[in-house]
Design a protein around this ligand. Sequence first.
Ligand code: C5P
Length: 265
Amino acid sequence: MKPRPTLEERARERLIFALDVGSVREAGQLVRALHGSVGMFKVGKQLFMRSGPRIIQYVRERGGEVFLDLKFHDIPQTVARASVEATRLGVAMFNVHASGSTAMMEETVRQVRRVCRSEHLRRPRILAVTVLTSLSNDDLATIGVRHGLEDQVVRLAALAEITGMDGVVASPKEVKAIRRACGPRFAIVTPGIRRPQDDVGDQERVTGPAEAIEQGADYIVVGRPIRDARDPKAEAARIVSEITAALGAARHRRPTDKGRERGPR
Ligand code: C5P
């Protein structure tokens, strides 16, 4: 039997490093430096367009896990078939836009489940993107969405949950409302993480790693604070220790809350 993971191992699992670089060489250096120090590597559009699927293979061969952040949005068959290919690449997570419709999410979940059964593949977590954090209330009104931003986020998260999706990517500010609407087993992944000493960059509303976990996030995505650090591995270790402390404090506060205490699902 596998030994129970320590609190620190569970904290590390929750840290997703955004591999936002423009060359395969840089990506390789960061993967070699950080595998074992972060829980997952997020591969986005830029790196995927540059490297293609081999970056996923590269991370997987070193024992790392991949969150493929391509945010699929198209007609149901197209998204479902792209999702089947993401599943075949062995990613641990990938995402689609919830606004692509419940039919699109249902078809995606159905086809991914089917290919996992027929080809004996591990089932990735399928996440929904609700409202991009770059959009404001005014942007939503311009495209004809009359609900306020938070209402729209919660509405799309609830639809994702009903259609069998495993979770959402959301701003730390939205975590509590989503948790209330979608329950304890729905995975919430939050970018926009900064500590007081970090450069904020282009992130508008930021939250610290411990605070995001305390609010109920299952995973946090951190890019530039680790990538641009003099010693990325040491920086990742510092963030993991902050998450460890937050998990320890949460366990202390809620000793009977077994579902949440188990951490990422
Ligand atoms: O460098 P930084 O820590 O800001 O990286 C955050 C990562 O999360 C980037 O890859 C960014 O594209 C992504 N992201 C985000 N906000 C969202 C969705 C994704 O910052 N709403």
